[in-house]
Ligand binder design. Structure first.
Ligand SMILES: NC(=O)c1ccc[n+]([C@@H]2O[C@H](COP(=O)([O-])OP(=O)(O)OC[C@H]3O[C@@H](n4cnc5c(N)ncnc54)[C@H](O)[C@@H]3O)[C@@H](O)[C@H]2O)c1
Length: 354
């Protein structure tokens, strides 16, 4: 049975970078004899403005039933200031499919891209696991006396024992399976004793099951400082939804920016969603200037998840070669267009045919 992929190019630069990712997929089918089929879905701002539809009715059931993975570009369009369509589609899929793991690898592909002094590729190679369905993004709260001087806004931070424990277990399991020796859990339990006290207690229980792993805790403010001061001390970081969102963008800066930052939203063993960390970058959309490497590396993460690790590691090697040879868009110091970078990478993958 071929693996079935639902592709949602989305808005802004999404269709441009996902267009390149689709060509990479076609090369993988050819070069690695990988049985993959995919279908495009036009969900995004254009459809919302035209038809008033964000995530179509029955979409979650259809994705769960008919697909093995979802590859998404980015969502966000200045013509939809409320960002309603993006929230419905992205959060709808994350919550609807219970994609509780947000995995963001932070791997420096070329030391020249790192803004830190005297840092080499081997100094920046860690993974951030962000809880993806709870916390401050659970959407629990409301406004009272809205738009009056007495307005009150409440945004709850929701932490369940089940939700916290499963992301902690996932981070430790990942460490064991990938030969990593250190897991750092981060919270703000000194200032948020109820919600993050739960993280502390769950962490204290889960770490006992993995005596071979060096388990450590850092408050999130200290962790932010330590990631910049000495990134080589980290192998696996696990944290809540809000802190993970912020820290993984901070960490992306160590790689040279969002141009090469991939991510996965996982429910292990079930249909999962893969997306570059960057947004729709409206300022450069339609100009053939977007860096396609994040989307290509994201495609590699998806292929590994679908059971094609050789294709995934080959994609990473080719992207690394491209950066070393300055086959890159302007954000990485190159002079090439999105499509030209894609052409070069696809040609290198073509050469792999045995
Ligand atoms: N997962 C998502 O779909 C997602 C994530 C973040 C932001 N957004 C949305 O995207 C829109 C723009 O948000 P933003 O500007 O805060 O973030 P952004 O990631 O779109 O852009 C931030 C900066 O990085 C640059 N950039 C981003 N991706 C790039 C790439 N591949 N190549 C070269 N440069 C790149 C942009 O030009 C911009 O200067 C908003 O509507 C926002 O809500 C969506």
């Amino acid at each position: 049975m071929p693996k079935r992929i639902a592709i949602i190019p989305g808005d802004g630069i999404g269709p441009e970078v996902i267009g390149v990712a689709e060509r990479v997929l076609a090369k993988v089918v050819h070069s690695f004899r990988a049985p993959l089929v995919w279908t495009r879905f036009d969900w995004g701002a254009e459809k919302y403005l035209r038809e008033g539809v964000t995530l179509p009715e029955g979409a979650i059931e259809m994705l769960r039933r008919d697909y093995d993975a979802i590859l998404i570009g980015a969502l966000g369009d200045p013509r939809v200031p409320s960002n309603q369509h993006a929230a419905d589609i992205l959060l709808g899929i994350r919550f609807g499919l219970d994609l509780f793991v947000n995995q963001r690898p932070v791997k420096l592909l070329d030391a020249r891209l790192c803004p830190l002094k005297s840092v080499t590729e081997k100094d920046v190679d860690f993974v951030v696991f962000r809880e993806n369905t709870e916390g401050a993004y659970a959407g629990v709260g409301g406004n009272f006396k809205r738009d009056t001087p007495d307005e009150i806004a409440v945004q709850e931070d929701v932490n369940t024992r089940k939700g916290v424990e499963r992301i902690l277990v996932h981070a430790f399991e990942f460490a064991v399976q990938h030969g990593r020796k250190k897991v750092c859990m981060s919270d703000k339990s000194n200032a948020m004793p109820y919600g993050h006290g739960l993280w502390q207690r769950a962490f204290s229980d889960v770490r006992k099951r993995y005596p071979q792993i060096e388990a450590r805790h850092l408050y999130v403010d200290t962790l932010a400082m330590e990631i910049i001061r000495n990134p080589s001390q980290f192998e696996v970081i696990v944290t809540c939804n809000l802190f993970g969102d912020i820290l993984s963008d901070l960490a992306a800066a160590l790689l040279g920016g969002l141009g090469a930052a991939p991510s996965a939203n996982l429910n292990p063993g079930r249909v999962s969603m893969f997306e570059p960390v960057h947004g729709s970058a409206p300022g450069i959309a339609g100009k053939n200037q977007a860096n396609p490497m994040a989307a290509i590396l994201t495609t590699g993460m998806m292929l590994e998840n679908l059971g094609f690790p050789e294709a995934s590691s080959r994609i990473e090697t080719v992207v690394r070669e491209a950066i070393h040879q300055n086959v890159a868009t302007a954000d990485f110091g190159g002079t090439l267009a999105t499509r030209e970078v894609g052409d070069w990478i696809c040609e290198r993958l073509e050469e792999d045919i045995c």
